[in-house]
Every structure is written in C-alpha cells, then in structure tokens.
Write a protein that binds this ligand. Structure first.
Ligand code: NCD
Length: 361
C-alpha cells in the first residue's frame, strides 16, 4: 500500500507518469469518468480549506467515485479529544482512500502508520503539501514546457509555508534548477531545509528584495504570510504586508515569467496583476483537480499503462525509537499527542523526528 505524505514518496519517474496521466485526463475526461465507481474517498479536514478539499472531492466525483468526510475538527470526534490515529483507524475501515489536512506537522505520517487504506497528505501544519506540489509541477511543465533549467523565485512566508517546503524538495530533483528565496529575515526557510540545500550543493540565494531579484526569475511563486501559525500575533501584523506584487514590480520581470500562488491570496498580489497574461494562479487551480484524479487512480492501484511503479521507502520506514529522545518542535503531532510513538532518523549523525523532520533534543 502506498501513501503520499511528502513529495519524496514518489520517484521522479512516478511523478512524470502522474503528470502524463493528468494530461490524458485533461484531453479525454470522459474516458476516466467511471474508473472509480464503487470507491469512496474520505476527506478529513481538521483544518479549514476551500480549494484543496473541493478539489479532491471534485476529482473523485469526476472519476465516478463517492466522497464522505468532514470539513472542520469541530465537527469530528477530535472535539471530544480523539487522537488522529484513532480517527484514522475508524475512517480507514469505511473508506478506500483518505485525503487529510491537519494543523500539526507530521500528522499525516502518524495517520499512515495505522491506516488500512492509502493516506494522501493534503497539508500537515507547516510541514508538507505534496498534492499542491504535484499541481505546481503540472502547471510549470505545461506552461514552461519543462521542469529543469529554471530559476524559481519563492516569495513570502518561507518559514511556515508548507507549499514552499514541498515544492523545493520536489524541484531539487531536476537539473539546472536555481532557487531565489525572498523573505523577511524572520520568515526565512527553516534551518533544516537550508542545510539540505547547502549540503546537496543546490544553487540558491536568499535575498529580502523582490524588486532586486524578480528580473532573473522564470517562475515566481508568491505565498501568503501564514497568520494562523504565528505564536505572536503582533509579529504577524508587522510582517503580513512584507511583499505585494503589483504592476510596477511586474514591469521588472521577464516577459515570459509566470506567476503562481497556491491560493488563497490575501494581499500579496494586487488584483491589477490578475489581468497580466503572466498571472497563472487561477489556471493552476484547474490543474490541481486533474493531478489529484491521476493520484487517486495510482494510489487505488487502478493501474493504467501510464503508471511507473517504483519501490520508494514509506513515510516512516527505517525510523526508530530512541529511549529518552523527544521531538523539540512544539508544532509536531508527537508533542501534541504524546501517545504517538516518537520515531527518529539519523541524518549526518544527528537525530531528526521522522514525522516532522525537526531536530530532536
Ligand atoms: C495552501 C495551504 O493550505 O497550505 N493553500 C492550498 O492548499 N491551496 C496555501 C495557504 O494556505 O496559504
């Protein structure tokens, strides 16, 4: 049984075959309209969402399957104090596949550990959002014609933005990709991600100025400052309008640059930019539905000649308990739910939490 918890749970070949299949669905939707008949997708959204949840539901309905689930933690047994693991044990007895979103880092990995059916991570805290990444990859490949040899600017909240963390991980696997990381000092990419970029020898620069760097970018990935993840609301108020993409800045960009945004937009892209042909964030939404259709087919094992199947280690595979060791990320599911079994991996001689990738103490 395969899950999708982080973008690295799929090989590059598998991602390519998924993107190819999404292309076939775009071209011939009727040919896929009955593929999931008799199958049920549960969407468990412990954290609010509009497009991701509806995108999954629309994807499953478009394949002829059915959907069930909840759209907020307050309408589930979480409100009574149930753990994620117990909710998943129960729901995976009803559904054939689960898409879940949870405010805690690592919650999807915790779910995969006990689930009877495939788990799709639709966002775990500030950690990962792999189906947004598949959406981004499909959008970039269709609009730029390739995923390699691109300069990608990521701007905004690089600390808490899970879409950014997943996109960087995925794009590192393509040749000639350069990252320009544009953020305020307080919202820089987490240390473990920066270290991974350094150690992997990847080409990246950090620069707090969008004006200075926009001219070099082939893709500009704008993000929302993630207010809900700030411990200090005054800091959010101070940082929330750090970057506003407007036509004055667009005038400094390449004529064929594309602007993406996982949405929802708050203030970071002025509405005047929507009219610019380089603004592609609303096209991106539609690609998200098709790539989720392809993913559901793959994880349900409704195999198509398109699919490449590779042996990729599962989300917690190879992780171990270490007596006395705990994760020190207070946003991690193992901290929020101490009954979760702490598991660690060794990276360069240090223990990191296998759920959320943070250093252990
Ligand atoms: C993103 C998310 O939830 O991480 N939205 C989405 O899934 N489309 C981005 C965000 O909330 O800022």
């Amino acid at each position: 049984m395969r899950h999708l918890i982080s973008p690295m749970d799929l090989s590059v070949k598998e991602i390519e075959s998924l993107l190819d299949l999404a292309g076939s669905i775009i071209d011939h939707p009727a040919a896929f309209a009955h593929k999931c008949e008799g199958k049920q997708l549960a969407t468990l959204f412990f954290e609010p969402s509009t497009r991701t949840r509806l995108s999954f539901e629309s994807a499953m309905l478009g394949l002829g399957g059915q959907v069930l689930g909840f759209s907020s933690a307050s309408s589930s047994s979480t409100a009574k104090g149930e753990t994620v693991s117990d909710t998943i044990r129960v729901v995976s007895s009803y559904a054939d596949i689960i898409a879940m979103r949870h405010p805690k880092d690592g919650a999807a990995a915790a779910a995969a550990r006990v689930s009877r059916c495939p788990i799709i991570n639709a966002g775990d805290g500030g950690h990962h959002h792999p189906t947004q990444t598949l959406t981004d990859l499909l959008t970039i490949r269709r609009l730029k014609g390739r995923l390699d040899h691109l300069t990608i600017g990521l701007c905004g909240d690089l600390k808490f933005g899970r879409t950014v963390h997943s996109l960087i991980k995925a794009m590192c696997r393509y040749e000639g990709v350069r990252f320009i990381l544009v953020s305020p000092q307080e919202l820089r990419l987490p240390d473990h991600d920066l270290q991974a970029l350094r150690e992997g020898g990847f080409d990246f620069v950090e620069d707090p100025s969008l004006e200075n760097t926009i001219g070099e970018m082939d893709v500009l990935y704008m993000t929302r400052i993630q207010g809900e993840r700030f411990a200090d609301k005054a800091e959010y108020e101070r940082l929330k309008d750090s970057y506003i993409l407007d036509m004055a800045k667009m005038a400094l960009a390449k004529r064929d640059m594309i602007v993406l945004h996982p949405l929802p937009r708050v203030n970071e892209i002025a509405v005047e930019v929507d009219e610019d042909p380089r603004a592609k964030y609303f096209d991106q939404v539609l690609f998200g539905k098709y790539v989720r259709m392809a993913l559901i087919l793959k994880l349900l094992g409704l195999n198509d000649p398109h699919f490449t199947e590779e042996t990729v280690p599962g989300p917690l595979e190879g992780a171990q308990t270490v007596p006395g060791l705990h994760c020190c990320n207070d946003r991690c599911i193992t901290v929020a739910e101490p009954t979760q079994k702490s598991l660690f991996r060794t990276v360069d001689g240090h223990h990191v939490c296998a759920y959320c990738d943070h250093a252990a103490n």
